[in-house]
Design a binder for this molecule. Structure first.
Ligand code: ZN
Length: 131
């Protein structure tokens, strides 16, 4: 499935969640529908321990994902070694959000860690549909 972009509402949700979780990391898996990323599968059981959000992503059951998203506590949005390892495992769109968690402070990478375009799309959500 060719990914056309991410729904603007979904991006706003990610930014909002990253902001409210900081300085803890927010992490989840991106789900697409008809080629548009419209869902974020958030990690269950987020504890306020020191466990790294990216490492917790490894423990997600093997669900089909378009990619992943996680936040960094600071403005640096470069993927770490652990990030790159995760990227290579799930999907081909990996968003890293940095402080201050706004529309200008996120970057999308491919599975090799190269920056890639991810258009932000205004789409209407259909509420009661099943996967
Ligand atoms: Zn990271």
């Amino acid at each position: 499935m060719q990914i056309k972009g991410i729904a603007s509402d979904t991006l706003d949700f990610i930014l909002e969640a990253s902001r409210s979780m900081a300085p803890e990391e927010f992490a989840g898996l991106l789900q697409e529908k008809d080629g548009i990323i419209t869902e974020v599968l958030i990690l269950p059981g987020t504890e306020s321990s020191d466990s790294n959000a990216v490492l917790r992503l490894y423990m997600m059951p093997n669900v089909k994902a378009a990619g992943s998203v996680h936040s960094h506590p600071g403005p640096n949005r470069n993927p770490s070694k652990a990030d790159l390892h995760l990227f290579s495992k799930t999907g081909n769109f990996h968003i890293i959000v940095g402080r201050p968690y706004n529309r200008q402070s996120w970057t999308c990478y491919d599975r090799e860690g190269n920056v890639r375009e991810l258009p932000v799309l205004d789409v209407e959500f259909e509420e009661d549909e099943e996967f």
